[in-house]
Write a protein that binds this ligand. Sequence first.
Ligand SMILES: *Cc1c(COP(=O)(O)O)cnc(C)c1O
Length: 230
Amino acid sequence: MTMQQRKQYVEASIAKACQQVGRDPKSVEVIAVTKYVGIPETAEVLEHGFKHIGENRWQDAKAKWEQLGNQGQWHFIGHLQTNKVKDVIGKFAYIHSLDRISLATELNKAAEKLGIVQRCLIQVNVSGEQSKYGLPPEQLYDFAEQIKSLPHLQIEGLMTMAPFEGEAEDTRPVFGGLRELRDELNKRQIFPYEVRHLSMGMSNDYEVAVEEGATFVRLGSIIVKPAEEE
Ligand SMILES: *Cc1c(COP(=O)(O)O)cnc(C)c1O
């Protein structure tokens, strides 16, 4: 399949999943995850009309961002070490991996220095897998209380990673769980604004994620094949 065909395929699957549950397909945005590929392929992704680019490590993103960062919106989706905050701050429209107070404090400080408000999503470990980063769900509301007064952070949503193994359908409770956490967060009105986004779903399970309310799906291999498969 060409990239154009893959894009059409993904858009059609999202439209179908939306139709299934009565959602507007426009409420779902695709983040093309380009971590597997280099500058030319990332440029090609942008040329095909993808508006959101996702990267999970600054070392891998740097060269691509320097060349193409003025195109599209860039999302930092990987685990973020506190000492890397200075590298990523101001470069990514959204940081999806806010999962601890020390990171929130550091991001707020760095954003203040630049005079910006950094948009973030709180990463929650809904599945409870040991290997995954993210806040345990039961700590979400306390965490929100603790960071709500940081003036240079805007909390735009929640993010989760589902377990890789198993059937896509098995991920449904994880995605549904993240949606319930977001709804409860809004019900408690911890933030003085609506927390809207749900960043969930990858190449193998994005249709289920869309049915469960995803507003950002993070798609890597289904859009840009990992180089070793070419
Ligand atoms: C790599 C990655 C993705 C995309 O994974 P695919 O299975 O290739 O679609 C999504 N989210 C995060 C955090 C990633 O690191």
